[in-house]
Each structure stands twice: as structure tokens, then as C-alpha cells.
Design a protein around this ligand. Structure first.
Ligand code: FAD
Length: 305
């Protein structure tokens, strides 16, 4: 068995694996797609100490750093089941079983798409998912936020500070966000809230130039000219495959303590697949390091041969 078996090859998993390998213990990573979400990112400007980089370049440096160490990388392999026996067993989609004395889950998350025309086409060309990441790219411009839950309203409040104007589009007849956030939102002079709005299309030529929505009460189609659309209808953790083996919260996020430990002894978790707040590269890497050091601590105290 591996002493530390990492499942997931994004920033959290890469960090966890490097921290483990640096302890001189047998380390492996299983990843469906090494690099993770950063592969889909254009510009990264908030990874502190690197002023600016691109996602694929960042993913390549992650891989290069991992390859500096004696780490078995099992790329393009998807985990489908976890079971704790003498060791912790991870069954892969191809039927193979990989074992670890400890396992670090770092399978990340994905943004829920609205699935309208223009969304995929203009991704990174005006369609964005992360206000902390891409908000400053729209300084002084007009944007829309799709989604009136907590994340949508938080995004709108955040963006209102940076951009010229924010239109919030909510499908239902009222916003779902906490009332304190709604009060804050409605106090802002440069925000328009539209409820009962079904997004129909994100329009543009080479980049976004507007958004069309159906007014659900009247059936009329409205169009707003703007430069950016933030889709904020949920971040889904890649944890379904775990079933009931490891405790997850109502959002499906793996519940961890401050050391990255899950409900199963020897199983740790890090990054966007967990209930830790704020899903960012720098945060997921920090939590990968935490989970790895905790796994090492567990190993030196455990009786597993
Ligand atoms: P992920 O990056 O999601 O990696 C998960 C890994 O697990 C992948 O390798 C995946 O293939 C693998 N995996 C999933 N399921 C399985 C399975 N069953 N078996 C095996 N492997 C599996 N953050 C910033 O800090 N700055 C930015 O500018 C920024 N911009 C972003 C732009 C976009 C478009 C997106 C989508 C995200 C952006 N983020 C940004 C967020 C950042 O990418 C994430 O917070 C970060 O990648 C989380 O790292 P992670 O390792 O936890 O998960």
C-alpha cells in the first residue's frame, strides 16, 4: 500500500503529495485530470508571489513540481469507491484497487452551468464564475450576476464595488440569500435586482456584449447590454462517488476538522471538495499541506504495519 494515497490532482492534491513525498514516504496520486480546475482558467492574478500567470501554465508547473519527487502519478484514472478494510481501498473505474494506509481526498468541485447559448462559447471571454478571481477584469464595466442565493448576492455586493453596474437575475420570485445580504444589496446605488427572470442567452461576438432573459410573468424577452456575466448558481463538490462512507454536509462537501481529518480515521480531505470556506487555489494548496502533515502525524502514531 501507499503510505499516503491522494485522490485528485488539482492544487490541493499536488500540494498534499509533495508534502508527503518530502517526508520520504511512499506516495501516490490518482487523478481523473491532473491539474484540475486551473486547466480551465485563463488568467490567474491572485496566487500570491506570482503576479500573473495562465491556468494551463500553472497546471504544468504543478506537474513539474510533483515530478521532482518520487510520486506515482496515476493520471486519467477516476476513483469510484472507497472502503476501509485493513487499509483504505480506492477502487478505480477500470476495476483496479489502489490501497493506502492513509488517503487524502482532494477531488475538487465544479461550477454549475446555466446551460444557455453563449455560456460555453464565451467562457473566459466575459462569462466568469469566480468574483474573487475575475472581478477586477471588469473594473468600470457593466456586468450581470445570475443567481440570487447567498453566493450570487455576495458576488453582486463584491462586484458593485469594482464595476460600474450590476444586474442580478433571479429565476424565482424572490432572492434566496440571507436577509442581511439582501438589505445590503438593495442599499447599493449601482445594483438592479430582477426577479422572475429566466436567462435565455448570453450574447456577444468575440466576447460578451449582453444578456437576454425572459420576464416569467409576462413572457417578454429583455436584453441588457453589458461586458460580463458571473454565473453563481452553485459549486458542486465531486464527492458523489463517496456515498455514505465519509461524512458529507447537505451541499455534499466532505466535513473536515481544522487538521483536515474526515469522519473516517486515516482519511483526510483538502480543497474545494471539503466544507472549508472560500474556494481558491492558494487556500486549497494550504489545506492540501495541512491534510498531508496530518496524515503523516497519523501514520507515526498508528499501528498499521
Ligand atoms: P480541483 O482543481 O477541482 O481538482 C480536483 C482534481 O480531482 C482534478 O484533478 C480532478 O480531475 C480530480 N477528480 C475529481 N473527481 C475524481 C475522481 N472521482 N477520481 C479521481 N480524480 C478525481 N482560484 C484562484 O485562486 N484564482 C483564480 O484566478 C481562479 N480562477 C478560476 C477560474 C475558473 C474558470 C475556475 C473554474 C476556477 C477558478 N479558481 C481560481 C478556483 C480554483 O481553480 C480552485 O479553487 C482550485 O482549483 C481547487 O483546487 P482543488 O485541488 O481543491 O480541486
Amino acid at each position: 500500500p501507499y503510505e499516503v494515497l491522494v485522490v485528485g490532482g488539482g492544487p490541493a492534491g499536488a500540494s498534499a503529495a509533495i508534502y508527503a513525498a518530502r517526508k520520504g514516504i511512499r506516495t501516490g496520486i490518482v487523478a481523473e485530470r491532473f491539474g484540475g480546475q486551473v486547466l480551465d482558467t485563463m488568467s490567474i492574478e491572485n496566487f500570491i508571489s506570482v503576479k500573473q500567470t495562465e491556468g494551463p501554465k500553472f497546471a504544468a508547473s504543478l506537474e513539474e513540481h510533483v515530478k521532482e519527487y518520487n510520486i506515482d502519478v496515476m493520471n486519467l484514472q477516476r476513483a469510484k469507491r472507497l472502503e476501509k478494510k485493513d487499509y483504505i481501498e480506492i477502487e478505480l473505474e477500470n476495476g483496479a484497487v489502489v490501497k493506502g494506509k492513509t488517503v487524502i481526498l482532494s477531488t475538487g468541485a465544479r461550477w454549475r452551468n446555466v446551460g444557455v447559448p453563449g455560456e460555453a462559447e464565451f467562457k473566459n471571454k466575459g462569462v466568469a464564475y469566480c468574483p474573487h478571481c475575475d472581478g477586477p477584469l471588469f473594473a468600470g464595466k457593466d456586468v450581470a450576476v445570475i443567481g440570487g442565493g447567498n453566493s450570487g448576492v455576495e458576488a453582486a455586493i463584491d462586484l458593485a464595488n469594482i464595476v460600474n453596474h450590476v444586474t442580478v437575475l433571479e429565476y424565482n420570485s424572490e432572492l434566496k440569500a440571507d436577509s442581511v445580504l439582501q438589505d445590503r444589496l438593495r442599499s447599493l446605488p449601482n445594483v438592479t435586482v430582477v426577479t422572475n427572470a429566466q436567462t435565455q442567452e448570453i450574447t456577444g461576438t468575440d466576447k460578451v456584449n449582453g444578456i437576454s432573459y425572459v420576464e416569467r410573468e409576462t413572457g417578454d424577452v429583455k436584453h441588457v447590454e453589458l461586458s460580463g456575466v458571473f454565473v453563481q448558481i452553485g459549486l458542486v463538490p465531486n464527492t458523489d462517488w463517496l456515498g455514505d462512507t465519509v461524512e458529507r454536509n447537505k451541499f455534499g462537501e466532505i466535513v473536515i476538522d481544522q487538521r483536515g481529518a474526515t469522519s473516517v480515521p486515516g482519511v483526510f480531505a483538502a480543497g474545494d471538495c471539503t466544507n472549508s470556506p472560500y474556494k481558491q487555489i492558494i487556500i486549497s494548496m494550504g489545506s492540501g499541506a495541512t491534510a498531508s502533515l496530518s496524515a503523516f502525524d497519523y501514520l507515526i502514531r498508528s499501528e498499521v504495519p
